[in-house]
Design a protein around this ligand. Structure first.
Ligand SMILES: Nc1ncnc2c1ncn2[C@@H]1O[C@H](COP(=O)(O)OP(=O)(O)O)[C@@H](O)[C@H]1O
Ligand SMILES: [Mg+2]
Length: 241
């Protein structure tokens, strides 16, 4: 049975476990079941070491689960070759990390277009005007030809967010994107992600330490020692339990 596209999760995790075995065997994730739907903005919270990054890396095909199933848009990732997974990662997923990882020798526009460049020069050219518009939209129109080192931390992170959107992915994964920023820049970056979620309908999964940001997500997933504790909606006025 196949769900209609709009009701099909962008990503689904079924009984995902993750064990690291580097001398000492450590189980980091336990029986994670999770569905992320198109257009959702989901926050993952939990204390340091609870498995948030490991979970995000598995969703992002940057790491593999020890067992369990991962479906991206209904397709079981385990059935794919490494090349197919790499293509899926490139075309369906966007990544934002705590550190921006912009390339110092390229300017703002080139950095934001880097995922397009990796798909080919023609594709990069086709997307340049759209990216210039996006850069204007996020208040960086006068910084387009600056190098990353000439930007503030918040500006750098805004470029990294646009880079995550460059290939028109279905799902954006962000690992503590505001973790390295002061409060004001962090607020700007968070608002931008929320705006882009609303305006583009792309799903976002954001790991954050910040409860104030998490409360503004559609859904909060809390990890405690590698297990999903409970799911709370963040609706205004919902009873506190
Ligand atoms: N590559 C690895 N090898 C061994 N242990 C790891 C590895 N990556 C993460 N861990 C362990 O997994 C646990 C969860 O890590 P992580 O997912 O980074 O947590 P969080 O992002 O919530 O702080 C930690 O105890 C960490 O030491
Ligand atoms: Mg982490």
């Amino acid at each position: 049975m196949t769900a209609s596209p709009e009701h099909q999760p962008v990503v689904e995790l079924r009984n995902i476990n993750k064990v690291f075995d580097t001398g000492i065997r450590t189980q980091v994730l336990f029986d994670i079941n999770l569905k992320i739907y198109p257009g959702e903005f989901v926050a993952i919270v939990g204390s340091s070491g609870s498995g948030k990054t490991t979970l995000l890396n598995i969703i992002g095909l940057l790491d593999t689960p020890t067992d369990g199933e991962l479906l991206l848009h209904g397709e079981n990732v385990a059935d794919m070759s490494e090349d197919e997974r790499a293509l899926l990662r490139r075309d369906m997923l966007g990544f934002i990390f705590q550190f921006h990882y912009l390339l110092p020798e390229f300017d703002v526009l080139e950095n934001a277009l880097m995922p397009c460049r990796l798909k080919g020069k023609t594709y990069e050219d086709q997307n340049r005007d759209r990216m210039v518009e996006l850069l204007k939209h996020v208040g960086l129109s006068d910084r387009i030809h600056y190098r990353p080192s000439q930007l503030s931390g918040g500006q750098q992170q805004r470029v990294a967010i646009l880079r995550a959107l460059a290939n028109d992915p279905r799902l954006i994964l962000a690992d503590e994107p505001t973790g390295n920023l002061d409060t004001k820049s962090g607020n700007t970056v968070f608002s931008l992600m929320r705006d882009l979620n609303a305006s583009t309908g792309k799903a976002f999964v954001m790991v954050t330490h910040d409860r104030e940001f998490a409360k503004q997500a559609d859904r909060i997933i809390e990890l405690v020692d590698g297990r999903v504790k409970d799911e709370a909606t963040s609706e205004e006025g919902s009873p506190q339990t």
